[in-house]
Design a protein around this ligand. Structure first.
Ligand code: NAD
Ligand code: UGA
Length: 475
């Protein structure tokens, strides 16, 4: 079967960039990305490429090349499903908020809704690809829904048949386009080798065949969860050691380098910081915790749960020590938050450590000035969920809660006047070049820098006259 028309349901951080790269690499395939969110689709179609809903280095260039040629964004879900030989399900799978498994299990209502739409509107033979990250055995649920449709059309002219594949995505935000163009591996799980080959042929246009791994459905689903769990586990491991460094005089950067030089351990994902953020690590580990409990494996559940607990602890530990260093109170203190995204080179704030740390500081009564090159004040407002009790002043977005208040500042140089402390929370490049001497001149004394990302040069900061706290620095 030759794939001519792809439909991707879900135009988010995965669906958008992944389909853009497929369209760019396979110009003989029509790629339609559909979503129920009209505003998001309008942004994907915006003539101003700065308005795309997602910021990813290299993305706008591909959109410019392919959009309205073989890559289209729309809300025509029914029509595009009907037309497709292959459908990617790339919708959100957040942690359930209510009901059985709340706080741990993934909420599969969007995936189920997609499967039902596919069952209803697909025609002829369709390969359905799970791109979303899903609990093991979700493909079974999708197959069951599609199976009903196969049975009901068996003897009609509109006969429908389906194959279900698992093809989890391993891209990281901020490097999504590079990750998609040069993946470490592409994983395809399935039962029908012909369907697996159809999908493999698409990737073979730019990925060497030895990097395309074929497994059964359940291994593929579990490998995705496990991959994220292992990465997150390394971060919690190194963050736990950062706290020991601070007590003992060891330096976490030296410890990371020393252990990472062991080829069995490797050097990646050993940067200590304010804890991992992003939409997936926490959710995917909690999913493993839920599955382990469900299958009667409480020891396994508690092992993985501790990775998330350590991560939450690391964030609050940092908030607490900031309050302690600033004489135990943040009332009437101006604190500059540098970076609100969960990592550099993305506008995504989901589970961002900056969000939790900012909330902690606001609860202590701080006045925050927040800077981020890509996160909008509307997003910060949404994230901090603070009711605005006073009118906006001076054109700036200022919100107040009972204790603290915050405002977004777009110009980095204008952040520091009369500030008591600067907290570096996202490793944006522009924060690496801050002239600390100049900053010190503008701040109230004693002035503090809290570097949670190890991006400052400590001797420069101290020489400028500032007090410096660095993650995992015991000196
Ligand atoms: P997202 O929230 O950015 O995008 C999901 C999109 O799906 C939204 O725009 C939403 O409106 C749309 N949607 C939901 N239900 C729909 C329906 N029935 N019909 C049409 N559209 C619908 O999510 P994301 O970050 O792209 O993540 C998607 C999946 O990929 C998740 O399972 C996630 O775990 C996984 N994943 C994410 C990343 C990442 O870096 N964000 C990386 C790898 C895997
Ligand atoms: C992560 C995985 O890296 C991807 O492979 C996966 O596809 C994706 O999750 C997903 O399933 O959503 P992402 O969350 O986008 O990607 O970004 P990462 O680079 O993994 O960073 C996650 C968090 O860990 C960030 O907050 C980052 O600052 C933090 N981190 C990362 C550290 O604190 N230390 C490190 O050494 C590395």
């Amino acid at each position: 079967m030759q794939i001519k028309n792809i439909c991707c349901i879900g135009a988010g951080y995965v669906g958008g960039p992944t389909m853009a790269v497929i369209a760019d690499k396979c110009q003989n395939i029509n790629v339609d990305v559909v979503d129920i969110d009209l505003k998001r689709i309008q942004k994907w179609n915006s003539s101003n490429l700065e308005e795309l809903p997602i910021y990813e280095p290299g993305l706008k260039e591909i959109i410019q090349r392919c959009r309205d040629k073989n890559l289209k964004f729309s809300t025509s879900i029914k029509e595009k499903i009907n037309n497709a030989d292959m459908i990617f399900i790339s919708v959100n799978t957040p942690t359930k908020k209510k009901g059985f498994g709340a706080g741990k299990a993934s909420d599969l209502k969007w995936v189920e809704a997609c499967a039902r739409q596919v069952a209803l509107y697909a025609s002829n033979h369709t390969i359905v690809v799970e791109k979303s990250t899903l609990p093991v055995r979700t493909a079974g649920v999708i197959k069951e829904i599609l199976n009903e449709s196969e049975i009901s059309t068996k003897n009609s002219n509109l006969k429908k048949t389906f194959d279900v594949l698992s093809n989890p995505e391993f891209l990281a935000e901020g490097s999504a386009i590079n990750d998609l163009i040069s993946p470490d591996r592409v994983l395809i799980g399935g039962e029908n080798p012909n369907a697996i080959d159809c999908l493999a042929q698409i990737y073979q246009k730019w990925v060497p065949d030895e990097k395309i791994l074929r497994t059964n459905l359940w291994s593929s689903e579990l490998a995705k969860l496990t991959s994220n769990a292992f990465l997150a586990q390394r971060i919690s491991s190194i963050n736990s050691i950062s706290a020991i460094c601070e007590e003992t005089g060891a330096d976490i950067r030296e410890v990371s380098k020393a252990i990472g030089s062991d080829s069995r351990i490797g050097s990646k994902f050993l940067n200590s910081g304010p804890g991992f953020g992003g939409s997936c690590f926490k959710k995917d580990i909690l999913n493993i915790v839920y599955l382990s409990e469900f299958f009667g494996l409480p020891e396994v559940a508690s092992f993985w749960e501790s990775v998330v607990r350590l991560n939450d602890w690391q964030q609050h530990r940092i908030s607490k020590l900031i309050v302690r260093k600033l004489f135990g109170t943040l009332s009437n203190k101006k604190i500059v938050i540098l970076g609100f995204a969960f990592k550099a080179n993305t506008n995504d704030t989901r589970e961002s450590p900056a969000k939790n740390i900012s909330k902690d500081l606001l609860e202590e009564g701080a006045s925050l000035v927040i800077h981020d090159p890509k996160v909008s004040s509307d997003q910060i407002n949404f994230d901090l969920k603070i009711e605005s009790t006073k009118p906006l002043t001076g054109g700036k977005n200022i919100s107040f809660d009972l204790e603290g208040k915050w405002q977004k500042e777009n110009n980095l140089e204008d952040c520091f006047k009369d500030a008591d402390a600067v907290i570096l929370l996202t490793e944006w490049d522009e924060y690496k070049n801050i002239k600390w001497e100049k900053v010190f001149g503008q701040m109230r004394k004693p002035s503090w820098v809290f570097d949670t990302r190890s991006i400052t040069n400590p001797s420069e900061v101290r020489k400028a006259g500032l007090n410096l706290w660095r993650i995992g620095d015991g000196l």
